[in-house]
Design a protein around this ligand. Structure first.
Ligand SMILES: Nc1ncnc2c1ncn2[C@@H]1O[C@H](COP(=O)(O)OP(=O)(O)O)[C@@H](O)[C@H]1O
Ligand SMILES: [Mg+2]
Length: 273
């Protein structure tokens, strides 16, 4: 891959370590801006998110990580007074085009939130839910999905004997892996994760990180984290954001060891947070 580093401390210009427009692009964010009413939260952001890799969005609290993540599957649509500018393309189609069906867009981009949010139903029903909504009734197909997705989320061995128990009885870490299994059940292209470990203890966190490493290659994963060690452990590429702007984007190792922007350097070395 071509690399070109522009050392630039001016916060209006993103420092890129990647050339735009590579074949491996799954999500093309192009001059994307967003306003909550009068308040602008995202400023003219452009990056390519690469297929099958794990991309971390890092930056201090309130810099717009969740806003950008939630824009990718149009979760923000539900907010009154929201305005956007620019484009976001998933597999080359602008997700804001009039003919885009938002429900199917969200199916292609599964989402995992900070707080695990399993449905108040059995463990098995949580992962068959997306199929049942689609009208799948075949018992074999449903049973196969339960096993495949729970194995895929590294949860099967822990729950295979209690599939009919209520999911709310699981530990927080198990609940979060169940939410990942549920997201996988819809057979998405992309998994969006917003600080998926922030409500979990260190052991449960490691299990989720291991799982993310296993899911690499099968899905395009975008993970928001304020934990820089976590970004360094799980991601291939990292975008550093500050006050609504992607300041720098590149290979995670580059961002952490040879950042091109002073602001990135100050953040990754813990000078502010
Ligand atoms: N629904 C909303 N309405 C108005 N402002 C919002 C809303 N959600 C977030 N914001 C504002 O947008 C900015 C970015 O927030 P957010 O994306 O949550 O940041 P982060 O995830 O990096 O902590 C913040 O200033 C926040 O207060
Ligand atoms: Mg957030």
């Amino acid at each position: 891959m071509n690399t070109h580093v522009e050392i630039d401390s001016d916060l209006t210009e993103t420092v890129y370590h990647f050339q735009k427009g590579t074949d491996g692009t799954a999500i093309d964010i192009d001059k994307f801006s967003l306003w909550y009413g009068e308040k602008q939260a995202l400023f003219d952001n452009s990056i390519d998110i690469q297929r099958g890799l794990v991309t971390a969005l890092i930056g201090p609290s309130g810099c717009g990580k969740s806003t950008l993540l939630r824009s990718l599957n149009r979760m923000n649509d539900l907010i009154e007074g929201l305005k956007t500018g620019g484009r976001i393309c998933l597999n080359k189609q602008n997700i804001f085009d009039k003919n885009v069906d938002v429900i199917s867009l969200r199916k292609r981009m599964g989402m995992v939130f900070q707080k695990p949010n399993p449905f108040p139903m059995s463990i098995a029903e949580n992962v068959t839910y997306p199929l049942k909504v689609d009208g799948v009734r075949n018992r074999n197909v449903l049973a196969e999905t339960v096993e495949r997705t729970l194995k895929g989320a590294a949860l099967w061995d822990e729950v295979k004997d209690r599939l009919k128990e209520n999911a709310l009885g699981l530990s927080g870490g198990q609940q979060q892996r169940l939410c990942i299994a549920r997201a996988i059940a819809a057979e998405p292209d992309v998994l969006l994760m917003d600080e998926p470990c922030s409500a979990l203890d260190p052991l449960a966190t490691i299990k989720i990180e291991d799982l993310i490493n296993e899911l690499r290659g099968k899905y395009t994963i975008v993970i928001v984290t304020h934990n820089m060690q976590q970004a360094a452990r799980v991601s291939d590429n990292t975008a550093f954001m500050y006050i609504g702007k992607i300041i720098e984007y590149g290979k995670t190792q580059t961002i952490f060891t040879k950042p091109g922007s002073k602001k990135t350097q100050d953040y990754v070395t813990g000078r502010f947070g």
